[in-house]
Write a protein that binds this ligand. Structure first.
Ligand code: IPM
Ligand code: MN
Length: 370
């Protein structure tokens, strides 16, 4: 049996708590001979800062680069609010994305039928929702230079970030979106602010040309990013694949998460370019939610986004689509039984702990694969 190398970075806050549930599933999959994983563990974020004075050590960067896939929990928390900017917890995640060249961030928002009432929107607006946000992840204002605060010498300072995109960056993320759409409902909505931003003008131009040249069979729409935010809460089921830049994608995916019931529900995959020789790609899988310091250590976090991220790893890194389907069905099955963590419980139901939710999903998966 092939064995895959997984590098696990639980991070801070609820990261280690939700990752523990994924580790249970990994251990069982290996033991049961379903698929073998070699799991190595490292430190990232505040945990790495406390140990090494940096947001990720060189040794752990090397391990991340050598792994078949990285599983990432969450980083940050008030404990590290005052550490220097360059070594703040988030810097570890950004360095991983940049150095592994993980330019394509896939953030699916699926509303499980059992959770339609947990959304802040009316049931009929979100029931059956299945959209995919494709967020550009290694460019834009996150990484553009100059990025600095300068002293103007007159008692004023100036903060500068730079939004910058080159043609090739827009094209490669566009291809990811169009290719995905072909396997879904064949529609892409591209989003920028070309009414105020030059990078938006170029984005619109490059996506339109790519569409005409290579993907005329896919329906393409354009929406300004502010309008798209509004449409996401007005009529979210109009969307299939949304492609957008790093910053808009960050914001819009948080909005989309609430459509599904809770931020604790959204998994994500961050992918690099496929190596044509090996047919493999660098990849990192992480829940969209953060470290949630307010509930960390209480054992009540929802592990579904983290477990869903493992599902995405099975699908996109290991070509185990059937097993990924089983993981998603196990999540749906547990939800259908009314098992809920606090964030999706509503007022009526009792809620379970992180570990109880993880155990229930694992039991469902075991039953399905028995
Ligand atoms: C996300 C997070 C990160 C981002 C932070 C932690 C740097 O919000 O993955 O959405 O802004 O990309
Ligand atoms: Mn975010």
């Amino acid at each position: 049996m092939t064995s895959y190398k997984l590098f696990v970075l639980p991070g801070d806050g609820i990261g280690p708590e939700v990752m523990a549930e994924v580790e249970k599933i990994l251990a069982w999959l290996s033991e049961a001979g379903v698929v073998r994983f070699e799991v190595e563990k490292g430190l990232v974020g505040g945990a790495a800062y406390d140990a090494h004075g940096m947001a990720i050590s060189e040794a752990d960067m090397d391990r991340a680069k050598a792994a078949d896939a990285v599983l990432f929990g969450a980083v940050g928390g008030p404990k590290w609010d005052h550490v220097p900017y360059d070594v703040r917890p988030e810097a570890g995640l950004l360095r991983l994305r940049k150095e592994l060249e993980l330019f394509a961030n896939l953030r699916p928002a699926i509303c499980y039928p059992a959770l339609a009432d947990a959304s802040s929107l009316k049931r009929e607006l979100v029931e059956g929702l299945d959209l995919m946000i494709v967020r550009e992840l290694t460019g834009g204002v996150y990484f553009g230079e100059p990025k600095e605060i300068i002293d103007l010498g007159n008692g004023q300072k100036r903060g500068i970030d730079t939004q910058v995109y080159d043609t090739y960056e827009i094209e490669r993320i566009g291809r990811v979106a169009f290719d995905l759409a072909r396997k879904r409902r064949n529609k892409v909505t591209s989003s920028e602010k070309r009414n105020v931003m030059k990078s938006g003008v170029l984005w619109h131009e490059v996506i339109s040309a790519l569409h005409t040249r290579e993907y005329p069979d896919v329906t393409l729409e354009h929406q300004l990013a502010d309008a798209l935010g509004m449409q996401l809460v007005r009529r979210p089921k109009q969307f299939d694949v949304i492609v957008t830049d790093n910053l808009f994608g960050d914001m819009l995916s948080d909005v989309a998460s609430m459509l599904t019931g809770s931020l604790g529900m959204l998994p994500s995959a961050s992918l690099g370019e496929k190596n044509p020789r090996t047919e493999t790609r660098k990849a990192l899988y992480e829940p969209v939610h953060g470290s949630a310091p307010d509930i960390a250590g209480k054992g009540i976090a929802n592990p579904i986004a983290m477990i869903g991220s493992l599902g995405m790893a099975l699908r996109y890194s290991f070509n185990l689509g059937d097993l990924a389907d089983r993981v998603e069905q196990a999540i749906a099955g547990v939800l259908a039984k009314g098992i809920r963590t606090g964030d999706i419980a509503g007022d009526a139901t009792e809620s379970v702990s992180t570990a109880q939710m993880g155990d229930a999903i694992l039991a469902e998966l075991q039953a399905a694969l028995a």
